[in-house]
Design a binder for this molecule. Structure first.
Ligand SMILES: [Zn+2]
Ligand SMILES: [Zn+2]
Length: 345
């Protein structure tokens, strides 16, 4: 099969012919029809992920069709259109047993723990636990936007944030996760404040339902949010994962508010400063959010089918696998808005 391969971190990514994957007993092989480009792929290429061994094929936000399955796969068939969350649970550990596959003790992540979907075919493990059948109404390119940033935002807003129509919510950082969160919170009827430093991202956030946009390069974010909401927001998301956005997201909460850490913190930002004085005095909650379980997809897919959520609005453009080899090293420059999807292999 054709695959985008890198042989050293921060090195060239080239299209190579490599052996087709084979399914494990509990796994399947999927023919990839569309796959998203994500900043996590850039982190992997940079060498920030200790799970990656070289040579490596990135890619973890995918849609496709099952072409082969292992003998212990019972609930899926060859020909099924499927997608998968970026964290795949083992199905057996304490976390999976309590239906929290998103924090599985033995998780596999396509494009990190094994070769991913920047290829014609990808192997996916523990298929019965992790694969999600796609409704006909959701096309491949849209489905490829779901498995990472969109599900992450859905869990952060719905399950961890517990956002409802009476909630005011601040979203710090309007990349793929942040814009998804704006859309989802707006669909639930919440009042949404979107914060970023990029005017294009803020304009898109406004289109997706933000009632206020705040340019953090021009404004005191915490003061602005507190004034607009007369005391602070009930829920706040750090959707970027930086020391500044994490701090602001906690500091702009009203009393008994809830901060959800969604953006991955890496490098110098791995242990950001927390306004712990406010956490105590105002009884704030701090929770994390990490992907979403396959069994939570149906509620989200129903909202997409009904048109309440329109993840296709987040798609910036489609590209070929060749183009992706050039684009991936530039993923950190913040110059692209929305999600890019590979749909030509
Ligand atoms: Zn991703
Ligand atoms: Zn597990």
């Amino acid at each position: 099969m054709r695959a985008a391969v890198f042989e050293k971190f921060q090195g060239e990514i080239s299209i190579q012919n490599v052996p087709d994957p084979t399914p494990k007993e509990d796994g399947v092989v999927v023919q990839v029809t569309a796959t998203g480009l994500c900043r996590s792929d850039w982190h992997g290429w940079m060498g920030h992920d200790p799970n990656i061994t070289l040579p490596h094929v990135p890619g973890h936000e995918l849609a496709g069709v099952i072409v082969e399955k292992g003998k212990k796969v019972n609930h899926l068939a060859v020909g099924d259109r499927v997608t998968v969350p970026f964290v795949c649970g083992c199905g057996n550990c304490e976390q999976c047993s309590s239906n929290n596959q998103q924090v599985c003790d033995h998780q596999s992540q396509p494009g990190f723990t094994h070769w991913g979907s920047f290829a014609e075919y990808v192997a996916l493990d523990y298929a019965d636990t992790n694969l999600v059948k796609l409704p006909d109404a959701i096309n491949d390119i849209t489905a490829a936007t779901l498995g990472c940033r969109f599900i992450t935002a859905f869990r952060a807003v719905v399950d961890q944030g517990k956002v409802s129509e009476s909630t005011s919510i601040a979203v710090h950082g309007c990349g793929g996760v942040g814009l998804s969160a704006v859309m989802i919170a707006h669909a639930l009827g919440a009042r949404v404040i979107a914060i970023d430093i990029n005017p294009d991202n803020l304009a898109l956030a406004k289109q997706l339902g933000a009632s206020l946009t705040v340019d953090a390069s021009q404004t005191d974010v915490v003061k602005t949010v507190k004034e607009y909401t007369q005391g602070g927001v009930g829920v706040s998301l750090d959707a970027l994962g930086s020391a500044t956005t994490c701090f602001n997201s906690i500091a702009n909460l009203r009393k008994r508010g809830r901060h959800v850490q969604v953006g991955l913190v890496t490098g110098d930002h791995v242990h950001p400063k927390v306004p712990m004085d406010k956490v105590i005095a105002n009884e704030l909650e701090i929770v994390g959010s990490h992907g979403m379980q396959a069994h939570r997809y149906p509620e989200m897919l129903t909202m997409i089918e009904k048109g309440q959520l329109q993840p296709e609005k987040l798609i910036d453009r489609t590209v070929s696998l060749e183009e992706a080899t050039q684009l991936l090293p530039k993923m950190n420059d913040f110059q692209h808005k929305g999600i890019m999807v590979i749909n030509a292999f």
